[in-house]
Design a protein around this ligand. Sequence first.
Ligand code: ZN
Length: 584
Amino acid sequence: MSRIRIILQGVFGRRFSRHFLAGMFLFLLVPVAASCQVPAGTDSVPTAQTGVPNQTSATPSPTFDQVIDRVAEREHFFLAQMRHLHPLVETYIQNLKGDEDKALPVSDQYFLGRLNMSKGTQDLSFMGQPGFGRKFVSSLTGLYGMKFLPLGFAQMVVLDDDFERKYYKFTFVRREFLGSVRCLVIDAEPLDKSAKGRFVGRIWVEDQDYNVVRFNGTYSGHERYSYYLHFDSWRMNMRPGLWLPAYIYSEESNLLYRGGHKLHFKAQTRLWGYDLRQAGQNEEFSQIVVDAPQQSVTDQSAAAQDPTPVESQRHWESEAEQNAVERLEKVGLLAPEGDVDKVLQTVVDNLIVTNNLTIEPEVRTRVLLTSPLESFTIGHVIVVSRGLLDVLPDEASLAMVLAHELSHIALGHRLDTKFAFNDRMLFPDENTFQRLDFARDQADEDAADKKALEILTKSPYKDKLGNAGLFLKALQEHAPELKNLIRPHLGNSLASGKSTRMSALLTSAPQLQPERTDQIAALPLGGRIRVDPWSDKIELIRTKPVAILTSSEKMPFEVTPFYPYLTRLSDVGSEKVTATGPAN
Ligand SMILES: [Zn+2]
């Protein structure tokens, strides 16, 4: 299992308004649902080979045993597919303290890696290989040392390495919709109570092809000092006939482990970056062959002239910028350019226009797909993490984050042009955070803070800066406990024990009042940005604000359970497949 030791993650979402004057962020709280629709894929890569899918509707009604056998067959197919897929896996854990009704995070942990289930499973079938599932479940035993393993969480993508009717007692519960997908709800208990690592709990099976789309429970047969966590594992329909793991929520409130210590935590695991073709060099090569020849050649001959030294320097810098951005996108850390960037860019434009700034080449924005709260610039590209976008309570706070980065650009703080040498982009994915570093020195940081304040006071956000200051206060307050969330991996820290970015805004901000339900300083992780785990494309989640009833529902920076809105590709996807088909 090759593991990238990397960053953090988050969730939450609200619709950013396109036109700041028409309506600022309309920020309130968003329901706790990292709903993630599956956009249509572009074509059928792992061919789903759905066994006997459509016959099921023709066959009047299969018996319950037949359904279970089909589920088992689909589950084995799923495992075989997973051997070839290597999504990014991010787990963010918040350790809690206090009574169950008001437990607060006291520390946190973060892991990012690439899932690799091919090791030790050389055969095509997983059947009759007792080692696989047991091995992975046993790594959860690291828990009793209070040491969480990313692999342990990632492994909750698997129901049972050899799921068969003969090992379980199944009970049909009811039919139920998850999103737009009708499911059979079935309880499963291992017949052999002492069997280790068998699933115990409830499964949701979509009623067309009988793929498992959700399972909720734990594994059986723990030993004295090892425990299996409880988890709620969700899959999404990413390819025709193929449902792949996207979200896992886990929590324990009273798990006793060795020494009588209690384990009390909640954790989110997210998977994305399934489509490896994005990093596929063959495809790029063929694109070059097809697209490149004439135009670029003729264009250049028209302007056949050496650039001035200043132009050369600019060109060199944008080459470095391009290299770094492309590398991050290839690793699966940067979302492809899209609609969310347009929203961010609108806010940046608001700042530029009202301050009469002239910046060449123009400023662009991109979203880092991970949860730790951070922002940084790569040349003239402002990057904001998904986690940070999630927790920002309003548009003024977003403007504050963007103004700081814009200031680096306006002040001419340069990207290290070492990235213009292409050999520096050739490194293993897991070294991304060592090799790509966009942090600035303190002098640059201070200068950017100062400039940003100037920009903001001349901007349309000038009367709302109290909110931004309030967000910074919340950030400062939680920085000691949430060290792994409020910690940059590529840029500079937003807040640490010592300093807080844009701290001048703190003084004008109102008092933090955690008990007041109408004061929202920061949102929970998870509701603003929806990621397509297959393509890494992102969009803003459109949800109606939910009124906060008690202060315990505010949950600033906290993780919450997942309830993605499930859809079938065939429900919404067929037209999109046709429409976007030839593009890639
Ligand atoms: Zn900075």
